[in-house]
Design a protein around this ligand. Structure first.
Ligand code: ADP
Ligand code: GLC
Length: 492
């Protein structure tokens, strides 16, 4: 099949979060930027997302295109079509005030308590995605050839497509994080109109529960992960979160495609959140951004102090607990830290206590702050990401683009994108960051000390490493092509 034929194809991209409409993490970044890159390749792409209040408020040209009936519990919802102003990507929205228009986040209320009806909220998302590709689609004029699902929230889609909707479209599930699987009481089978016959080890049963993610893995026509290394890792006990056996069985079919970044959002040359823009060929502006960040964060303004940055969910995955025991040693060697994040309360409190005890040297902001995240990314010298596992990770890619050298553990997408500044890699021009030898506090401290020594003593090599990262093509250009190839294979 020629690429020309493929270009006419319709792709339904199903996701529970999409930047800039709603975001809790990297899934939103990918769901905002990948469909846009696919659209640029000529595909007819539409996103499907729940109608959270924030989504309804931000889309332009929103209009009703169908009434959805025969849904679990709610019976009826409206299907709206709108456009993301920034990218001009079309978005279909499931409007149900009862399910989605609430104060709080997409998965939890204001206090971080998961919504109790999440199986229904994301069961309906999955069901509608399948219906749109099925025999009795409510849309007469737009039927997808490919349904591209993302994570557990959309995991039931491939099952509905095969078992209840008689869909002829091909389905893909992209695995962004095996740690979240959406496992619920089997009572939901009846509520969600899922056949009980497939509630078995070969189907969507997982230790007596209904597993949304397992349904996706079992019934999808293709499986992708967000980095090649993660595709291998999830087939092992250490990273598979109990599904490694099933994944290993389909191992040869799992394709790892490294995420790209949205270069119109994350670009030091044009970033509107920075007081001064800069580029690989003219990096002097980065000094001004550093000074402004130090000032606004209450740190001593000092160009020579190695400034470490963190922007992250504060969870076990991200390994930031490993940074705590390193901090005294780092302060002793003149480092500063600016951290932006939120998550586990213990971690939040420990970092806040450190900041209080070290004014002018450590700044901690608990919460979610888009402009500050860009300023940290640009103003720091080093970006710290000691994740225990990291399916892809976007912040290390942003770090590369901004000349903020990433310090990472060698796992998942971090291992696939960061090349250690050892002598050999510096010499052959491939080094772009620093890689720890294992996920431990000792290894992290040693790695940061190594980076700091280079920062202090060899500015020429430092500049060279910064330039290596900043001149890489980190956009979706190559990765979107890999998805196109996969779609092509599936359709033919
Ligand atoms: P994950 O999705 O596992 O959290 P990624 O590195 O893929 O990790 O993506 C995280 C995304 O969320 C990045 O765009 C990052 O800048 C953003 N982010 C994380 N925490 C915050 C925060 N507190 N404020 C603003 N942005 C944040
Ligand atoms: C998940 C992963 C992260 C990845 C992101 C986008 O949140 O934790 O590593 O970058 O999805 O694919």
């Amino acid at each position: 099949m020629s690429l020309k034929v493929l270009f006419a194809k319709k792709v339904l991209f199903v996701s529970s979060e999409v930047f800039p409409l709603i975001k809790t993490g990297g899934l939103a970044d990918v769901s905002g930027s990948l469909p846009s890159a696919l659209k640029h390749s000529g595909l007819d792409v539409r996103i499907l997302i729940p109608g959270y209040t924030a989504v309804l408020n931000q889309l332009s040209e929103l209009r009703t295109i169908a009434t959805l009936t025969n849904l679990p519990v709610i019976e009826k919802a409206e299907l709206l079509l709108g456009i993301i102003t920034e990218t001009q990507v079309k978005v279909m929205v499931i409007k149900s005030a009862h399910l989605y228009e609430r104060e709080g986040g997409p998965y939890a209320d204001m206090n971080g308590q998961e919504w109790l009806d999440n199986p229904l909220r994301f069961g309906v998302l999955s069901k509608v995605a399948a219906m749109l590709s099925g025999e009795h689609s409510p849309l007469a004029d737009w039927k997808p050839d490919i349904v591209h699902c993302n994570d557990w929230q959309t995991g039931l889609t491939p099952a509905y497509m095969k078992l209840t909707e008689k869909s002829e479209a091909k389905s893909i599930i992209s695995l962004h994080n095996m740690a979240f699987q959406g496992c619920y009481s089997p009572a939901w089978l009846t509520t969600l109109n899922l056949p009980h016959t497939h509630f078995s080890i070969e189907g969507y049963e997982y230790h007596g529960q209904l597993s949304f993610l397992k349904a996706g893995i079992v019934f999808a026509d293709a499986i992708t992960t967000v980095s090649p290394r993660y595709a291998q890792e999830i087939q092992t006990v250490a990273f598979g979160f109990g599904l490694e056996g099933l994944l290993a069985k389909r191992g040869h079919e799992i394709k790892g495609i490294l995420n790209g970044i949205e270069t119109s959002e994350w670009n030091p040359k044009t970033d509107p959140y920075l007081c001064k823009n800069y580029s690989a060929s003219n990096i002097t502006g980065k000094q001004k951004v550093k000074a402004a960040l130090q000032l606004v964060s209450g740190l001593n303004v000092d160009a020579d102090a190695p400034l470490l940055g963190v922007v992250s969910r504060l969870t076990h995955q991200k390994g930031l607990d490993l940074l705590l025991p390193c901090m005294q040693g780092l302060l002793d060697s003149g480092c500063q830290l600016v951290l932006l994040g939120s998550g586990e309360k213990d971690l939040e409190q420990e970092f806040m206590a450190l900041a209080e005890a070290n004014p002018g040297k450590i700044s901690v902001t608990i919460g979610y702050n888009e402009p500050l995240s860009h300023q940290v990314m640009a103003g720091c010298d080093l970006f710290v990401m000691p994740s225990r596992f990291e399916p892809c990770g976007l912040n290390q890619l942003y770090g590369l683009a901004y000349g903020t050298l990433p310090i990472v553990n060698a796992t998942g997408g971090l291992a696939d994108s960061v090349i250690d500044a050892d002598l050999h890699n510096i010499k052959d021009g491939s080094a772009n960051g620093f890689v720890m030898i294992e996920a431990s506090a000792e290894a992290l401290l040693a790695c940061i000390h190594r980076a700091v020594a280079l920062f202090k003593n060899d500015k020429t090599t430092w500049r060279k490493i910064q330039k290596n990262g900043m001149s890489q093509n980190l956009s979706w250009d190559n990765s979107a092509l890999e998805y196109l190839e996969l779609y092509k294979t599936l359709i033919s």
